[in-house]
Design a protein around this ligand. Structure first.
Ligand SMILES: Nc1ncnc2c1ncn2[C@@H]1O[C@H](COP(=O)(O)OP(=O)(O)O)[C@@H](O)[C@H]1O
Ligand SMILES: [Mg+2]
Length: 252
């Protein structure tokens, strides 16, 4: 076929410039109507393509990192948690904590945004091409226990120890048996001073002995987690129930 328009479409497909391909007809029409000139059209098309590719990369990154949702620091309403140091949280975006292999812990009751902030931070590192993985404590334990049964524990521990950023969500929601506590200790010990771990928990550190069913083990885990770390304690109200509470107040 010698039709340049068709050939152009093929070229765009070969170069994987799919957004330019999608916008082509509309742009040609606007050029024909002299609404935009060639430079403007090319600039607009390339801008759209770049934005499209960025968005696609983001979706892929979120998928690979196993985030529960796509939430960023921009989506977080700091005015709802006035006791939280906004500047200190936003400073995390620069990922300085990775240099010293520091850990970040978000502590507080349900609904205050612990998972949201941990995910926002994980998105930041993942988008900077730093290997990042999100997993709930419950799933992590299930996976480690399974690999233990299958005689592949060392491999699995190495796998989870290899992420530059590992987010372990909901530590302490369910009490752990002694095997689970031991497995978690082994992973935390492997990552200690080598990688950064982000933890969310609803339990004060003084209650971790109960969670792990063993004070010595709980202290050994806390020791390694807290040695180089930043702890953010969120004391405010649950964002999940904010509207319910509002309704109650206004109806009084
Ligand atoms: N301050 C906030 N601003 C905006 N959204 C918030 C805020 N706090 C929580 N959320 C939202 O409320 C829901 C529950 O937050 P989540 O992070 O899962 O709470 P937690 O992990 O502390 O139980 C999520 O959809 C989250 O995005
Ligand atoms: Mg949570």
């Amino acid at each position: 076929m010698n039709n340049q328009y068709f050939k152009l479409n093929n070229n765009l497909e070969t170069l994987k410039l799919l957004e330019i391909k999608n916008s082509l007809d509309n742009t040609i029409e606007r050029i024909n109507k002299a609404e935009i000139n060639f430079t403007e059209a090319l600039f607009e098309l390339t801008e759209r393509e770049i934005e499209f590719q960025k968005q696609r990369a983001k979706v892929a990154i979120v998928k690979v990192a196993n985030f529960p949702f796509q939430k960023t620091f921009n989506d977080y309403d700091f005015s709802f948690q006035p006791l939280l140091n906004k500047a200190e949280i936003l400073d995390l975006k620069y990922l300085r904590f990775l240099d010293n292999h520091e850990n970040i812990l978000f502590l507080g009751p349900p609904g205050v945004g612990k998972t949201h902030l941990a995910t926002a931070l994980g998105m930041e590192s993942a988008l900077n091409r730093i290997s990042t993985y999100f997993i709930s404590c419950h799933d992590l334990i299930l996976q480690l226990k399974k690999s233990h049964l299958e005689n592949r524990l060392e491999q699995r521990l190495k796998h989870f120890a290899s992420y530059a950023v590992l987010i372990i969500d909901e530590v302490g929601y369910l009490p752990l048996d002694i095997e689970a506590s031991n497995l978690l200790f082994q992973l935390i010990a492997k990552r200690y001073e080598k990688k950064s771990t982000i933890i969310t928990t609803n339990k004060n550190f003084s209650e971790w002995g109960e969670v792990f069913g063993d004070t010595v083990l709980a202290n050994a885990i806390l020791d390694r987690l807290l040695h180089h770390s930043k702890v953010f304690t969120i004391k405010g109200r649950s964002y999940r129930t904010k509207d319910i509470i509002k309704v109650n107040i206004t109806s009084e």
